[in-house]
Ligand binder design. Structure first.
Ligand code: GLN
Ligand code: ZN
Length: 772
């Protein structure tokens, strides 16, 4: 029986910004192109904010977030709000605030943009604030104040949601040119008065509560950092004319930061009680709760697409009621991370659709839970019964319980996750089979995705061309990609991935267990939105997925063609993954499907197979204590997918970032024969790191950065190769770009790869006798 809480209400911390038809993307990109005016862009934005608030009100939320909207990124907005504008943008901003803002986001001909990086362990990317000892903060609350006014005018309660000062500083990096060792957190003293000023402005504008998001507190924090938290909220708590403060955290448990926040002189805490953050419940109870405070309980998972277990959440809420002055209900984090509305979908099979909840549906779940908390479970008996039936249909569905898949995963043994021979013997067999020169050249897989290819795909989807015509065009593209690589003298060829628009979606579309959405857009960064596949059921592979194209490419050449697959961890990371079984079980299912693909590629004659795992590091748990377990199952899934390969089949993998320090052991545990990595921007630092760690296998540290159209000269590439050789023996060094070439144009790709082959040949010919 549910105990009643007098005041409970439902709220959210943020809502998808783009609009039902990605109106924001169209308006912003139109503005960049000059086809949408400044005024029209502002009107579209105001209309979207208003529509979201009215939707929230209609769905039962009275206290709405403001300030969660952004033209590009909310961390960038925070930089603007506190006046942390790097010098190189100031003139632009003075000339035109909006253009200056977009210059920080995207750069211009004259200035480089801010760096972009992942927002915690989500697939959202933010612009990294740049700070230095000379940074002068200044409050600019106009945007925030304006949004409060807009929401109040609709008769709503406006709760501005700002990025908190601690997280803002912890997410910042030293500006270019600032001496190493500068700690942005040392600027806290200067930043606090600026936050206090913004808070007072918001109070004057009519905001009774302001939410300060501090997700950085769910990561491991030092004693000094925790002291800074205590200090910050002591100061802000004592600041004049301030609103009531709600400090929010999400994505994981607060741990040692919980008592610090609990004793801070603020009126409320918003905490996540889902996933790994469920541990917050026990921690909060153990310390006797936060008796004088408002507690906003994030019980509806804000970053996946599954329906809530309402009964279970209600139970959590009941447990929380005696632990706080008042308990409100919310999704665990901003709904920015999920698609807008399941109601817009037509093609998801109705069985699966019952198990899904997007932002709108999650809002309704939150409202239902708040009602249950106030009025008792019997008041929401109908919703609870429906929810129970939906959950039961999911648990009992043939889609989530494929006996063949279950039997196969249960039968996995550790022998299945090992290659048949140890690396040195494999390497010898591969050398004999492939007959490659020293410093072999290759690419990472994709070649330019041309406008023609995109048009072909659109034509196929719209039914303007048939599958046969489409496949002929793909084959023609493969012919030209193979011909180019032969002409350029590349040693290990690829087919170029012309048939894939996305390296995960392509596989999701062919595997059983996945659903695709039509409108399920989620912001990745700025105006870039992705539609992650939904991994809802047991995963199996009805038939080969890539063999047709790889085998075709191999039929055109005597040189080895590298088969190209996406690894299990990356498939999971870039999908919405079922939450009704451990991730590692799902990873194993995907791995077994990929293992069959490896087998089929091998049979069709592929001597080299690459399995990309660019997401291995991005899904690292936020708390270091949780990492070894994750890395154990993640690397095991990769080995399960590749372990069945013959000893003389060369298995490659690829990752695209330069910070490997914390996963060197995991890279080693993949047991891939060759790994290619991003290295150009960090001047081959990873080669040194791998060498220092005694990495025993072959490595291709990228010799040039594919993120820009700049063509590297062969002299520069020769220098990079010498750097690589300084760390890695010639027998184990590969020559390749940093990443796939799909975003590049053909002219620069041709020239860059020709220069790369020239460089490899030149360095090769100068190698001392006897190196091989
Ligand atoms: N094979 C993929 C490509 O070349 C790898 C891309 C990636 O790692 N992000 O496009
Ligand atoms: Zn890459």
């Amino acid at each position: 029986m549910t105990g009643k809480s007098a005041a409970a209400s439902a709220t959210v911390y943020g809502y998808p910004r783009q609009g039902p038809s990605r109106e924001l993307k169209k308006a912003v990109e139109g503005y960049w192109k000059g086809s949408v005016s400044d005024g029209a862009l502002r009107d579209t934005a105001a209309g979207l904010r208003r529509a979201n608030w009215l939707q929230l009100r209609q769905d039962g939320v009275q206290e709405v977030p403001t300030g969660d909207f952004s033209y590009y990124d909310h961390v960038l907005d925070t930089s603007v709000m506190v006046g942390a504008i790097p010098a190189r943008y100031r003139a632009g901003i003075a000339a035109d605030a909006l253009d200056g803002y977009f210059a920080m986001a995207r750069g211009t001909r004259d200035v480089a943009p801010l760096e972009m990086t992942k927002w915690f362990d989500t697939n959202y990317h933010y612009l990294v604030p740049e700070l230095g000892p000379d940074t002068v903060f200044a409050a600019d609350s106009a945007t925030q104040v304006g949004a409060v006014g807009e929401a109040l005018a609709l008769g709503l309660t406006a709760r501005p949601v700002l990025l908190g000062p601690i997280t803002f500083l912890l997410l910042s990096k030293p500006a270019p040119g600032v001496a190493d060792g500068f700690e942005p957190l040392t600027l806290l003293e200067r930043l606090l008065p600026v936050y206090a000023g913004v808070l007072a402005d918001l109070r004057s504008a009519g905001a009774e509560w302001v939410q300060l998001d501090e997700p950085a507190l769910v990561q491991d924090r030092s004693r000094d950092e925790l002291d800074a938290v205590a200090h910050a909220y002591r100061e802000l708590g004592a600041s004049a004319g301030r609103p009531r403060l709600l400090i929010a955290s999400y994505f994981d448990r607060l741990g040692e930061a919980l008592p610090v926040l609990a004793s801070a002189p603020v009126e409320g805490l918003a905490m996540d009680f889902t996933g790994p953050a469920a541990a917050n419940l026990g921690d909060l109870a153990a310390m006797g709760g936060v008796p004088g405070k408002r507690l906003v309980a994030g019980v509806v998972d804000g970053r996946n697409v599954w329906i809530n277990d309402l009964q279970k959440s209600l139970h959590t809420l009941d447990t929380l009621v005696p632990l706080a002055h008042r308990v409100d209900v919310a999704p665990s984090c901003s709904l920015l991370h999920v698609p807008l509305d399941l109601g817009a979908e037509r093609d998801i099979d109705p069985q699966t659709a019952r198990w899904l909840a997007f932002a709108r549906q999650k809002t309704s779940e939150t409202v239902t839970l708040a009602r249950g908390l106030v009025l008792g479970a019997q008041a929401i008996a109908g919703e609870l019964a429906l929810n129970r039936a939906d959950l039961a249909s999911r648990a009992g569905s043939a889609l989530t319980n494929d006996p063949a898949v279950r039997a196969r995963t249960a039968a996995v043994t550790s022998a299945g996750t090992r290659r048949s021979l140890p690396y040195p013997e494999r390497a010898a067999a591969q050398r004999a089979r492939l007959g490659l020169p020293l410093l072999p050249t290759t690419t990472i897989g994709s070649f330019p995705q041309t406008d023609e290819l995109r048009a072909d795909r659109a034509d196929l989807r719209a039914g303007r061309i048939g599958t046969d015509v489409y496949e002929q065009r793909i084959e023609a593209e493969i012919r030209s990609v193979v011909a180019f690589q032969e002409r350029a003298g590349i040693d290990v060829l690829v087919h170029g991935e012309p048939e894939r628009s996305d390296m995960v979606q392509y596989f999701a579309e062919q595997l059983t267990g996945f659903s695709a959405t039509r409108h399920g857009w989620v912001q990745s960064y700025g105006t870039r939105y992705v539609r992650p596949p939904i991994l809802a059921g047991d995963v199996s592979r009805p038939g080969p997925m890539t063999v047709r194209w790889t085998a075709y490419a191999q039929s055109l050449t005597d040189r080895p063609v590298k088969g190209m697959l996406t690894g299990p961890v990356t498939v999971l990371a870039w999908s919405f993954v079922r939450d009704d079984q451990p991730l590692e079980d799902t990873a194993r299912q995907v791995a077994l499907a990929l293992r069959d693909e490896v087998d089929d590629l091998e049979r069709s004659g592929s001597p080299v197979i690459q399995m990309d795992e660019p997401a291995l590091r991005e899904t690292l748990p936020l708390r270091t204590a949780d990492r070894p377990r994750y890395l154990a199952w993640a690397t095991e899934a990769f080995r399960l997918a590749t372990g069945g390969a013959r000893a003389d089949t060369q298995i490659h993998t690829h990752m695209c970032y330069a910070e490997f320090g914390d996963i060197l052991q995991a890279i080693n545990d993949l047991d891939a024969d060759v790994i290619s990595l991003e290295a150009a921007r960090s001047h081959m630092r990873v080669a040194d790191e791998l060498a220092a760690a005694g990495y025993p296998r072959e490595v291709g540290p990228g010799v040039y950065d594919i993120h820009s159209p700049r063509v590297p000269g062969s002299d520069e590439l020769i220098r990079m190769l010498h750097k690589g050789l300084g760390a890695i023996a010639a027998e184990r060094l590969w020559v390749n770009p940093d990443c796939g070439l799909k975003t590049r144009g053909w002219p620069e790709v041709r020239e860059s790869l020709e220069n790369m082959v020239t460089a490899a040949r030149s360095v090769r010919s100068a190698l001392p006798e006897g190196t091989h």
